[in-house]
Every structure is written in structure tokens, then in C-alpha cells.
Design a protein around this ligand. Structure first.
Ligand code: 2AM
Ligand code: CA
Length: 266
């Protein structure tokens, strides 16, 4: 295993321990609101600290970009760790056991290492640039569907940007009519990991942040899939609007989404 992936795994597991312990003692979780429909807990912060401590111990000069504490610029800006200590915070707060830790390393702007860890199921998704993607050490691959018929797509609702509800629901409707079914599980990072593992055939969501998708993007790519914005272009990190699937299926999804893109989503 690449030494930096090894550190990412160690960091993800230590955050996972913080999170799963806290999940067993719901009464000790302190919930605050960051913004509209946006929760943060003391556990997000504790898990984040566990990750940062682990990374800083081995790589004190690297830059860290993390959901709760923002950017900690290091001396060496070529190495950037993009961290979501708890993706699926709403599930966590409600006692739904579906959330994860997401850690990606970018080297000179390119995704290089990725870990997504589901502490409730003990599932560790990993990827290294050019080396494929694994689940608990076993190779995973994106399902190579050629058409939407018979597929299951994962998605998330634009709960923080309800101005996009109509556009989103129109996309959803068009795709829903053609697929077998949809899943809305509440953790974008796990949705991407599930695309990589072939558990779902594709994923689309609006308004995500870089830490929600960084690790998942490398997992999907290394598992033989594609990640784009809603138009099939490369603006998904800046826009936060993302589609992931096999190349063939992604083309279909983008074609179906296109007529529903409002000016702000193009
Ligand atoms: P979070 O739990 O870290 O906040 C739910 O749809 C998923 O989307 C979660 O992974 C959630 O991350 C993420 N998410 C973050 N910001 C979002 C936004 N503005 N709109 C929709 N989903 C968002
Ligand atoms: Ca998140």
C-alpha cells in the first residue's frame, strides 16, 4: 500500500472509532446548526481532529482542507488533503447508521489517494491513482451498463438549495421513468463508493462540496467509471453538481438531464 494511503486509512479508522462510539451514546451528541438544514455536531469536530492529528504527525508540511475547519495551509501546498470527517451528518444525528469518513489526497492538483470508511459496516473503500479501487482489499469495478433500463441510480435532494427543486425533480422524473429504481441514502461519499463497487449503477446530485466528492471521485475513476458535471464537462468541483457512472451510462444520464438545466445549473 502507498505510504500516504496507509496514513489516510489510519486517520479514517481513528475517526471511525470516534464516530461509532458516539453513535452508541446518542444522548451525548451535541447538535448545532451551521446554516439552513445543515447540522454539525461535536463528533464532526472530534473526528476531524483525529484525522488532522494523524496526518500532521506524518506529514506536518502538507495542506489540509476540511469541512469543519476550512483550509490549514501547509509549507508544502503541492500536497493537499481534502477531508470530510463525517459525511451523512443528518443520518448520524437521526440515528440512521449510514454515514462515512472521506479522505482524499491531491498531489499538484490531481487526485492521488482516496479512502472512504463506513464505520458501522466496517467497509473500507480505497483507491490509489493508476492502481485501481478496492473494498476491504478486494478489487471493485463500476457496472458497465449500456442503457438506463434496469439500472439503479443513487441521488441526493438539493436540501440546502431548494430553489433548484423544480429543475431537480424534472431530472429525477425523466431518469426515474427509464431506470428500475432510485436510492436516496444521505451520504454522497458513500453513494460514490457504491458506484465504484457496482452496488448502484450511477449517481447524480447538485450543490455538493469538494470534501463530499474528492475521495469518491478517485474511487469511481479507478474502478473504471467517469465523473463529470451535469453537462458532461469537468466543472463538477467548482459547481458541486455531479454525475458518476460508466462512460456509456453517464452519456445517457447527461442527455436526459440536459433539457432540464436552468441557467444557474448550466
Ligand atoms: P454532509 O452530511 O457532510 O453535510 C446528502 O444529500 C449528502 O449531500 C451528504 O453527503 C451531505 O454532506 C451532502 N451535501 C452537502 N452539502 C449539500 C448541499 N448543498 N446540497 C445537497 N447535499 C449536500
Ligand atoms: Ca459531507
Amino acid at each position: 500500500m502507498h505510504p500516504m494511503l496507509n496514513i489516510a486509512v489510519r486517520a479514517a479508522r481513528s475517526a471511525g472509532t470516534v464516530i461509532s462510539r458516539a453513535f452508541e451514546q446518542q444522548d451525548r451528541i451535541e447538535v448545532n446548526t451551521k446554516g439552513t438544514h445543515d447540522f454539525v455536531t461535536n463528533i464532526d469536530n472530534n473526528a476531524e481532529q483525529a484525522i488532522i492529528d494523524t496526518i500532521k504527525k506524518s506529514y506536518p508540511k502538507h495542506t489540509i482542507i476540511s469541512e469543519e475547519c476550512g483550509e490549514i495551509k501547509g509549507e508544502d501546498n503541492d500536497y493537499q488533503w481534502v477531508i470530510d470527517p463525517l459525511d451523512g451528518t443528518t443520518n448520524f444525528v437521526k440515528g440512521i447508521p449510514h454515514f462515512c469518513v472521506s479522505i482524499a489526497l491531491k498531489v499538484k492538483g490531481k487526485l492521488d489517494q482516496a479512502v472512504i470508511y463506513d464505520p458501522m459496516r466496517g467497509e473500507l473503500f480505497t483507491a490509489s491513482r493508476g492502481k485501481g479501487a478496492q473494498l476491504n482489499g478486494f478489487r471493485i469495478r463500476v457496472k458497465q451498463h449500456k442503457e438506463l433500463d434496469g439500472t439503479i441510480l443513487a441521488t441526493g435532494f438539493p436540501f440546502k438549495q431548494k430553489q433548484h427543486t423544480d429543475a431537480y425533480m424534472n431530472m429525477f422524473k425523466t431518469l426515474f421513468m427509464k431506470t428500475a429504481d432510485m436510492r436516496r441514502a444521505g451520504s454522497a461519499a458513500l453513494d460514490l463508493a457504491y458506484v465504484a463497487a457496482g452496488r448502484v449503477d450511477g449517481f447524480f446530485e447538485l450543490g455538493l462540496k469538494p470534501w463530499d466528492t474528492a475521495a469518491g471521485e478517485l474511487l469511481v475513476i479507478e474502478a473504471g467509471g467517469l465523473v463529470t458535471d451535469l453537462s458532461g464537462g469537468h466543472n463538477h468541483i467548482a459547481s458541486g453538481n455531479i454525475v458518476a457512472a460508466s462512460a456509456r451510462l453517464l452519456k445517457e444520464i447527461v442527455q436526459d438531464i440536459r433539457p432540464h438545466l436552468t441557467h444557474n445549473l448550466k
